[in-house]
Write a protein that binds this ligand. Structure first.
Ligand code: ATP
Length: 420
């Protein structure tokens, strides 16, 4: 373990400073003293202190050289001269050419999907390419299909966001008016039928919106995906590629996946192999669980800007809670003309029980409990903090003072222990 209290570090052109903040309640402050540097594609402002907290894994990259100061204790900190940033910049330049062509020919900009196994830097590359695009004055759409982490909303959802300014160093992309769909599990494997349904729906809505927003349409879409790439996971990826009609697939660090996609994708889809950065940090199952928890805590309590959620009791009879997916029966037992898979996207009422404690409920904009609820954008989330079976009430943690009457609530498998 290296202990750094105050360090001034000179970075040569084309190199990056990597550091991690691991210890609990630790804070590291970074400041650019001279020159220019960026963090996953966002330019750092000179002499402005940036704070990083427990769990942060960071790379400060410079194209032209700079001096930075690091205050606080980092678990790891080193300078790397070998980075794939030039390759990533070339990818950006190629996408930019396609955007220029789209503008001239009045067509759609490049739809790019980033794939690869877990911990290869998919989310980071997504952020870099979005940041570079928006720094060129583009307005790309960010799509996140990774239900395991949930970069746009909380885990257990997929979503999309129009990116209008670079990601904030400390808080990521601005979360104004995202499109969010309920899935309710940490892996697509838990309900492939539902996952593919909402991916297709999201693709449709984005295509519709692009028809009315030329700037977004020519800027294109960048899609981040799950790290599940084998067997059914591969099928999920090819389905997403088809649904979004992707033009480019960037494969990070997996030759097998690259070759499979080259073989299976239509010829007009460019499949490109990219190296992963040596700086990408592998995360253990418990670290991933902590990250998921952190995302939910941020949703209710904010990150840098604090939020103050409300807590109140609601009678169970006043709530309409559903889960998605009836138990699957063999086709022979289904009503005539109905496939067994259809049961997986049906809404089933949920009855009061202690099992609801700590569960996340997605608040739907849908007026009715039918498949429209799956096709509707989410209004937000609440968390059940306690269940009183005697009084038949639930205690709810909510960003709003009271949930809207008559809203449909969709039960998620995700749990959150509110000990704020
Ligand atoms: P998953 O499939 O689990 O979502 P991923 O492939 O999207 O993972 P990232 O989330 O992009 O991987 O990266 C994993 C971690 O590595 C993140 O915490 C990220 O901040 C860190 N990281 C990425 N690139 C670098 C780098 N060059 N130097 C240091 N840390 C990095």
């Amino acid at each position: 373990m290296t202990e750094v209290q105050l360090q001034e570090i000179k970075l040569e052109p084309d190199s990056e400073l990597r550091f991690e903040v691991e210890s609990k309640n630790e804070k590291v402050v970074l400041e650019v003293k001279s020159g220019y540097a960026e963090l996953f594609g966002t330019e750092l402002v000179k002499a402005k202190p940036y704070e990083f907290h427990t769990g942060a894994k960071v790379a400060v990259f410079t194209w032209h050289g700079c001096t930075v100061e690091l205050r606080g204790r980092t678990e790891v900190s080193y300078v790397a001269k070998e980075t794939p940033m030039v390759v990533y910049l070339n990818v950006h330049a190629a996408l930019e050419q396609q955007r220029v062509a789209a503008e001239q020919e009045n067509t759609r900009g490049p739809v790019t999907m980033i794939v690869g196994p877990g911990d290869v830097g998919k989310s980071t590359l997504t952020r870099i390419l979005l940041n570079y695009a928006v720094r060129m004055g583009r307005r790309p759409i960010f799509v996140d299909l990774d239900v395991g982490q949930g970069h746009i909303s909380i885990p257990g959802t997929i979503g999309a966001l129009l990116v209008e300014r670079p990601a904030s160093i400390e808080e990521g992309f601005s979360q104004q008016a995202p499109l969010v769909y309920h899935f309710g599990h940490k892996s697509p494997n838990e309900n492939l039928e539902l996952y593919n349904t909402i991916v297709s729906r999201l693709a449709e809505v984005i295509a519709e919106r692009c028809e009315h927003n030329k700037k977004a349409s020519t800027s294109g879409v960048i899609i981040n995906t799950c790290g599940w790439v084998k067997g059914a996971g591969y099928k999920v990826l090819t389905h997403a590629a088809q649904a979004f009609e992707v033009d480019v697939i960037l494969v990070l660090d997996n030759e097998r996946l690259y070759n499979e996609l080259k073989r299976d994708m239509p010829k007009f889809v460019k499949v490109v192999y990219l190296p992963k950065s040596g700086g990408v940090v592998e995360r253990s199952t418990s670290q991933r669980a902590e990250l998921r928890d952190g995302r939910i805590r941020e949703y209710f309590y904010g990150k840098r800007t604090p939020y103050y959620p409300h807590s109140f009791d609601v009678k169970f009879s006043d709530l309409k809670i559903y889960k998605v997916g009836a138990p699957s029966l063999p086709d022979s037992c289904m009503p005539l003309g109905m496939r067994a898979e259809e049961a997986l996207t049906k809404l089933v009422p949920v009855w009061a029980s202690a099992a609801l404690a700590h569960r996340i409920l997605a608040v739907s904009f849908s007026p009715a409990a039918d498949e429209l609820a799956l096709h509707s954008n989410l209004a937000g989330f609440v968390c059940v903090t306690a269940v009183d079976m005697e009084r038949q009430t639930l205690t709810i943690l909510s960003p709003q003072p009271r949930p809207l009457p008559n809203t449909i609530l969709l039960l998620s498998e995700l749990q959150y222990m509110d000990n704020h």
